[in-house]
Design a protein around this ligand. Sequence first.
Ligand code: GUN
Ligand code: FE
Length: 450
Amino acid sequence: MVVKGTLIHTPVFGEVESIENALVVVDGDGKISSVRVPGSENYANDVAAAKANNHLIELTDRQYLLPGLVDLHIHAPQWPHLGIALHLPLYDWLQQYTFPLEAKYENLAFARRNYESLVNNLLANGTTTAMYYGTVHLEATKLLAEICLDKGQRAVIGKVAMDNTEECPEFYRDKSVTSGLDDTRALIEYIRNLPGNDSGRVSPAVTPRFIPGCTDEMLHGLGAIANEYDCHVQTHCSESDWEHDYVIRRHGVHDTQSLDRFGLLNRKTVLAHSNFIDEADMSTIRKKGSGIAHCPLSNVYFSNAVFPSRRALDYGLNVGLGTDISGGPNPSILHNCRAAVYSSRLLEEGVDSTIPANRRGTPNSRINCLESFWMATVGGANALGLKVGQLAKGFYFDAIVVDTDVTDTNLRAGEESKSGEEMLQKIIYGAERQNITNVWVQGRMVKSTR
Ligand code: GUN
Ligand code: FE
């Protein structure tokens, strides 16, 4: 397959690369074998050959080819609660709404209905890679992996481990440390051996829900499994005042240090939120090469603070973006891109007009659109160690077409020509799922409305 059109992406942090009439050549394994610019050697030959073989997809001059979006933190089972119960603080929200909902996934028919709907909707929004929390149930989480494989999404998936009887209700927790660890191992082996998953497009993650939900024995056992299987790890880290303070009370240190002691911080670990990390935590995270999933919309409701994205990025941490459904009420990573910019601006300026301007905010906190889009693509890919997030030779062809000619949307290219950077700004602020007309994962078309 060969796609010809205007390509926009951000392979280098803070910079945009835009190529008009780029020729993206995709091989039989779904990898990009070359990106040619007009006038370069082989350009004309490749166009002619692709045309002759009926392999050429030509975009219009109002369509833009972008990398697929990476959702680095999402709770698959919470999809039915999108947009509700956001008035509660984290602890009450978990106990009153979230645990009762997740418990229903013991029913596999219920799980199938909701997981299929979720994956369809994420693909429609251009999310080509998702790092999912399932539920505590092994069978329903296996089903989520099968659905992602079948529908063509790239995914990292974990069975949630939560066995602490003091924090998790009897109706929704691992029955014992042993059963939680056995089910975690079983999911890893199941996903790695799934028929049709030879390329590892779907992969497993060790998933302690968060420190409060797990006993020390469970955390210790999960750290050993992560090491034994060289596996992804995902968990929540220093999310809210309550959660952060709970860990200080129980373990005497911040989440980061505690997770490290249990062997849960490695190059493949993704820490959701991390709103309260300090300099020492950042140093540990950088040393271990772990990633952070910044969830700006969810943070509005549950975190009690704004994630210091500028500081973390300048420190050299791998930061990507997450929807944190249904802590976050929107499945679109583009919406979270916008929110990441907004929240950084609010952090920088401050929010209380009764405080004098020179003391109101936290200077040098803002990030811009390009940096936000980098997190939504390259940052997420780096955190997962995946060859996606940019449209360059050697990377998988995980890509979306954003079309500015779709009627009844807010995205208009306008008459006068725009730079790649300006076009990307318009897309980040204006594009909705209706503008995403085509989506590919590993060269396979998973959405097409044109
Ligand atoms: N901490 C533990 N579980 C959850 C969850 O489901 N969502 C969020 N936002 N935080 C959590
Ligand atoms: Fe979460």
